[in-house]
Ligand binder design. Structure first.
Ligand SMILES: CC(C)(COP(=O)(O)OP(=O)(O)OC[C@H]1O[C@@H](n2cnc3c(N)ncnc32)[C@H](O)[C@@H]1OP(=O)(O)O)[C@@H](O)C(=O)NCCC(=O)NCCS
Length: 140
């Protein structure tokens, strides 16, 4: 493995990001992703999608969602071939540095009930489940 580099995504990365999410992300019970969706995100906030790369390969991702009010994390994923090497933790550290820089007060993530693997890294990074809140949704 070469050195892992953490950097913002560009439009040139979109295909590789979608491929990573197909094999490496939590994909249950959520809207599907498309290239247009990712390109729209990058157009709105070029720093929002952060990648970990190993040479030419995109091996990790997180969406660092700052909407001017709250700090939301999405699409934390590490390729199965690169797991348990600290890449997920590095991505979260990068995300939290961004949130701190813009004045964010609290970061959050949606974790599917039963995703014990996902829960393990959020717990490790200092996040905890908020039992007093539920998410209310409406498909658009
Ligand atoms: C969850 C995920 C992002 C972790 O990425 P990673 O790069 O392997 O994680 P790290 O190596 O940075 O691990 C950081 C810590 O998380 C915990 N952790 C990560 N994977 C773990 C595992 N398989 N078992 C137990 N603990 C684990 C550990 O505390 C670990 O620290 P340690 O290695 O010093 O013990 C990766 O497994 C993944 O992409 N999973 C599928 C997608 C997913 O569920 N994403 C979260 C959506 S909410």
């Amino acid at each position: 493995m070469t050195e892992i580099v953490v950097r913002p995504a560009t439009v040139a990365d979109v295909g590789a990001v979608l491929a990573l999410w197909t094999v490496g992300a939590e994909n249950a019970d959520r809207p599907s992703d498309s290239a247009a969706d990712v390109e729209r995100l990058l157009a709105r906030d070029p720093e929002a999608l952060v990648l970990a790369t190993d040479g030419e390969d995109v091996v990790g991702s997180v969406i660092v969602g700052w909407d001017g009010w709250r700090c939301h994390l999405y699409r934390l994923a590490v390729h199965p071939s690169h797991r348990r090497r600290g890449i997920g933790r590095t991505l979260l550290e990068h995300a939290e540095q961004r949130f701190a820089a813009v004045g964010g007060k609290r970061a959050d993530a949606m974790v599917l009930d039963g995703n014990d693997l996902g829960a393990s890294i959020w717990t490790d990074a200092g996040y905890s489940r908020q039992p007093e809140w539920s998410r209310w949704v409406k498909p658009l």
